[in-house]
Design a protein around this ligand. Structure first.
Ligand code: NI
Length: 196
């Protein structure tokens, strides 16, 4: 089932999300719905707060990047099968040099900006079978995880922009909250006018 994606300005996107218990009800169904919602919107990642749930969980499928000619053969190979679920994750460390990448977000349609992040992360998380992993990721894989991880910490990529850039985007962001935007997937807008 495709779920509405919560738009910029909704308080749920600003909460520090909570870990889920191992007996969280209908977890498989939620994960299935989140993947379906993400694919329907042509996204590469989706975090639970973006479907209105303040819990520490996100899904990623970065295989679309495997066709990117600008990437090294090694990175493309790694991204080819990069479909993962991260439950109750903790980023243990972020290392390597900072690099910029043009990021977007399904909750902030039509805005893309260059964002600087560290190259490598080490993260501890449970997979869909609640099996514990500690893994290291670099490059685009790390980038997508960092973006989604920010969501469960209540952080959005636009927070990382300069104050000048933020000022320039203010009107556009407020229009997104009001639903004054054309978007091809189902969204829930916090400041939309109620139906007349
Ligand atoms: Ni996002």
């Amino acid at each position: 089932m495709i779920l509405p994606i919560v738009a910029y300005g909704d308080p749920v996107l600003r909460k520090v999300a909570k870990d889920i218990p191992k007996d969280y009800p209908k977890l498989d169904e939620l994960l299935e719905n989140m993947f379906e919602t993400m694919y329907n919107a042509y996204g590469v990642g989706l975090a639970a707060p973006q479907v209105g749930l303040p819990i520490r969980l996100f899904v990623i499928d970065a295989s679309a990047f495997a066709d990117d000619e600008d990437l090294s053969e090694e990175e493309r190979e790694m991204l080819k099968n990069f479909k993962k679920v991260f439950i109750n994750p903790t980023i243990i460390e972020e290392t390597g040099k900072e690099w910029t990448f043009n990021e977007g977000c399904l909750s902030i349609p039509d805005i893309r900006e260059d964002i600087s992040r560290n190259e490598t992360i080490k993260i501890e998380y449970l997979d869909a079978d609640l099996k514990l992993h500690t893994e290291e990721f670099s490059g685009l894989a790390a980038r997508v995880i960092q973006h989604e991880y920010d969501h469960i910490e209540g952080v959005l990529f636009t927070d990382k922009l300069s104050s000048l850039k933020k000022r320039l985007l203010k009107g556009k962001l407020s229009n997104i909250s009001k639903g004054k935007i054309k978007v091809d997937y189902k969204m829930r807008f916090p400041d939309a006018k109620k139906a007349r």
